[in-house]
Design a binder for this molecule. Structure first.
Ligand SMILES: [Zn+2]
Ligand SMILES: [Zn+2]
Length: 426
């Protein structure tokens, strides 16, 4: 018999669970928290578990999570969501929503909240504050041999807290600083962990200049202008770029490749397609691609004839999803049009999101507010809208474990996609 893996005070007695078909589930009549079943013995384990607590089999939440991703279709989207007020937490406007192994991170301007994806009514931890002040930029997880370290980046530095400790009751929930910026500098984007090291990009405003540092003090490079958001790519490499230059850093060998761009590259996040091992960027005149498999990667324009105004992008499985002022267009990786929304609705500039068989974009509402529109990858003409009256939507929706999260204004809204195997009301 499987029981809920979470300790008191979640339950006084271990909670018996009914094993269903899905590998990732939650303690529905008990503590609500996310767990996954061991493929060998069907015992329920915590999402961070590396070995089954019952049979000792090696287990990984991530595999179960990915297997479930494709089950969600638009037909199963439940438009009746739930909204939770974030006002009482005092974290300011939400800048980033992110999830990791059943955890949901809500990053506000001045604080961080940690939830379980299945239990957004009450935070597991937080608000966590920065000991040095500054604006919160994002979170990432650094996984080492015996811990999962949550890295929290603010404009003044990088901080850490153990994710395992955070989820335990009565633990000290404070951020410990691992990197502090010089007073004249600002951290540009959230720190990224690659191959056991943590990298941070910083800039100075007076004469736009930037630095890439391997924490704590390994200066990698110094360059003109301010970096756009970086991305970790295949082969333990870090890709980053400015308006005029593109960089690819090999973290193991220390080799840095630098290419000039003939187009002005926009301050929009790049899109990385892991299957095609290609990074895409938005330029003023064209969309650009850089295939990263070869010895010396080249920056090449996509063949798309007319510029897609106000473009923001996402990439997956040899497809580029381009949200723009005229809707959303799907291109192949060389720029040939595969599908176009053909509706006249303006993207608000936030990047589209791709999750399993779904993709989303955010639009300015017709008269006020915002619209979150979801399409289906294998049948893109199919779509569904959710309207938000509050116009302050600073980050795209987050899809995690078959749920969609939207942070608009001071509300966190949650929508479910019932998977095919589950019955209504289950
Ligand atoms: Zn439970
Ligand atoms: Zn087991």
């Amino acid at each position: 018999m499987s029981t809920c893996p979470y300790p008191p005070p979640a339950h006084v007695e271990p909670k018996a669970l009914t094993s269903d078909q899905v590998s990732v589930s939650s303690c529905r009549d008990g503590c609500q928290r996310t767990f996954f079943f061991c493929p060998a013995c069907r015992q329920a384990n915590r999402t961070l578990a590396r070995y089954c607590r019952s049979c000792g089999h090696t287990v990984s939440f991530q595999g179960s999570d990915l297997a479930a991703e494709n089950q969600f279709s638009i037909d199963n989207f439940n438009e009746k969501g739930y909204s939770y007020s974030l006002t009482g937490y005092g974290i300011g406007e939400v800048r980033v929503l992110k999830s990791y192994r059943g955890y949901l991170f809500v990053v506000g301007e001045t604080g961080l909240l940690v939830f379980d994806v299945h239990s957004p009514a009450e935070a597991l931890a937080g608000p966590l504050r920065s000991p040095l002040g500054g604006e919160f930029l994002g979170v990432s997880v650094y996984r080492d041999s015996d811990d999962e370290v949550l890295l929290v980046t603010t404009s003044k530095g990088v901080f850490q807290v153990s994710l395992i400790d955070l989820a335990l009751p009565n633990q000290r929930q404070t951020l410990e600083s691992v990197y502090v910026s010089q007073p004249s500098r600002f951290v540009s984007h959230e720190a990224i962990a690659i191959a056991g090291r943590v990298y941070v990009l910083e800039h100075e405003n007076v004469r736009p200049k930037s630095w890439l540092t391997c924490i704590p003090d390994g200066l990698v490079t110094e360059f003109e202008q301010i970096s756009r958001p970086p991305v970790a790519v295949d082969g333990d490499r870090l890709f980053f770029f400015t308006e005029r230059q593109v960089f690819l850093y090999e973290c193991q060998s220390g080799k840095l490749i630098n290419t000039k761009s003939s187009d002005l590259l926009a301050a929009r996040p790049p899109a990385y397609d892991a299957e095609a091992n290609t990074v895409f960027m938005v330029g003023e005149a064209k969309l650009w691609r850089m295939e990263l498999s070869g010895e010396s990667p080249l920056l090449a324009p996509l063949s798309t004839l007319r510029p897609l105004q106000g473009a923001s992008i996402a990439a997956k499985a040899n497809r580029l999803f381009v949200a723009h002022l005229g809707g959303i267009t799907i291109l192949d990786m060389f720029g040939t049009k595969k599908w176009d929304s053909e509706y006249k609705a303006a993207s608000d500039g936030l990047p589209p999101q791709v999750f399993g068989n779904l993709f989303s974009l955010t639009l300015a509402g017709e008269r006020f507010g915002r619209i979150v529109r979801i399409h289906q990858v294998d049948d893109p003409d199919k779509s569904k809208d959710t309207q938000f009256t509050d116009a302050s939507l600073l980050c795209p929706p987050l899809f995690a474990l078959g749920r969609m999260f939207v942070a608009a204004g001071d509300q966190l809204s949650v929508y479910d996609f019932r998977s095919r195997g589950e019955k209504a009301g289950a």
